[in-house]
Design a protein around this ligand. Structure first.
Ligand code: PMP
Length: 388
């Protein structure tokens, strides 16, 4: 018997043993030929996973918030106008972050559970001179996915830079950075990329880099300044030693392994697997008689689900019971729905067996909390999608 419950929160997630082995291997020098080759290959692989053949990848030691911070630091000059599309806590984070760098921020905030109304975005863009627009592909606080293709197209149409927070989507949801014309797609290692927390990952378009090169003011963040990191990324890709700040050597080795696995699975297959997992999880939740935060399956994420607690059941009772039954889930995060909902991550190396075990654990927890439902109905609903 496994001596620990499954980690089924929306990041960090369960990691593949080969990725963990790479992480646990003896640390080498950041300028050793082996490591240079590994880092260089990881950068090349990022372009394939992001589907951005001419994009510039950056790998920084830090969490997803650092990737967001790097965007604020490098894109914004005081007085620039930014439009933030928010579908939850992480969209709101961009509003605060960009304003710290002197941006004049306008936010379009979707009601909790709803996705972005692009007609409203279009009208807003038409009435103002915006330099950049940000959006969260999947907001982990609501489980809502936006239409990233439309987002990129609107950015192109209006001649502004687009920044997509893909922390909860890259390598899990359909995303074609270059074809969709998105200037920055950022993520963190601990989600569908499948590597323990600690890496901030970005791919930046050449178009944006060109504009960034003409900044009037110095980047006001020393560590996140792309000027510091561009020569380093270029050197690793050219397989020559370089140094600015010590890279997270072991995490980069693990990243290379995970990106290799992702590409071996194939991007389309991987997205299809996540789509199936998402659909199966939502079907299970529905069969158990629970509501969900996203108001439609059309814009419900495939990387996580956000069920509502049934009447009379509280998270403080339910979540520990689900954990006892074998799965660690996350409570609510968004302040408006924190006490009403919980979150299940199903991304990265998660397989059908993990999802079925999780649904089984949820059933055990609900039963222990006195919720009335037919035992096994959630598992059966998920199975019919996973294996139907
Ligand atoms: N954006 C989204 C969509 C996220 O889910 C998260 C983390 N949950 C972040 C940004 C911030 O990433 P981190 O916690 O790694 O700083």
């Amino acid at each position: 018997m496994k001596d620990r419950p499954l980690l089924m929160i929306p990041g960090p997630i369960e990691f593949d043993p080969a990725v963990l082995r790479a992480l646990g291997a003896p640390t080498t020098s950041h300028v050793s030929p082996d490591f240079i080759d590994t880092f260089g290959r990881a950068l090349e692989r990022m372009r394939e996973v992001w589907l951005a053949p001419t994009g510039q990848p950056f790998v920084l030691a830090g969490s997803g918030t650092l990737a967001m911070d790097a965007v604020g630091a490098n894109l914004v000059e005081p007085g620039d106008r930014a439009l933030v599309l928010s579908t939850g806590v992480f969209g709101d984070r961009f509003e605060d972050l960009l304003s710290r760098y002197g941006a004049e921020v306008t936010a379009i905030r979707a009601p909790v559970g709803e996705t972005i109304d692009f007609a409203e975005v279009e009208a807003t863009l038409g009435s103002g001179d915006y330099k950049l627009m940000t959006a969260t592909h999947v907001d982990t606080s609501t489980g809502v996915r936006i239409d990233a293709e439309r987002f990129g197209a609107l950015g192109r149409e209006h001649g502004l830079f687009t920044v997509l927070d893909g922390v909860c989507s890259v390598a899990g949801e359909a995303l074609r950075q270059e074809a969709w014309g998105i200037d920055v797609v950022l993520t963190a290692s601990q989600k569908a990329i499948g590597v323990p927390p600690g890496l901030a990952l970005l791919v930046v378009s050449q178009n944006l880099l060109c504009a960034w090169g003409k900044r009037r003011t110095k980047v006001a963040n020393y560590y996140a300044d792309w000027a510091k990191w561009l020569p380093i990324m270029a050197a690793y890709e050219k397989r020559v030693p370089s140094y600015f700040g010590t890279p997270a050597v072991n995490l980069v080795c693990a990243l290379d392994v995970s990106l290799g696995q992702i590409l071996e699975e194939g991007m389309e297959e991987r997205v299809a697997r996540h789509e199936r997992l998402g659909r199966a999880c939502r079907a299970a939740i529905r069969a158990l008689g629970l509501g969900q935060i996203p108001t439609s399956d059309e814009h419900a994420a495939n990387t996580l689900s956000a069920p509502r607690y049934p009447k009379g059941v509280h998270g403080t009772d339910l979540l520990p019971r689900i954990r006892e039954a074998g799965a660690i889930l996350a409570g609510g995060l968004h302040p408006e729905i924190r006490s009403e909902s919980f979150r299940i991550g199903h991304m990265g190396a998660t397989g059908p067996g993990d999802l079925l075990a999780t649904v089984g654990a949820i059933e055990a927890g609900l039963r222990a909390c006195g919720h009335d439902f037919e035992l096994g109905s959630g598992v059966a609903a998920a199975q019919s999608i996973l294996f139907g």
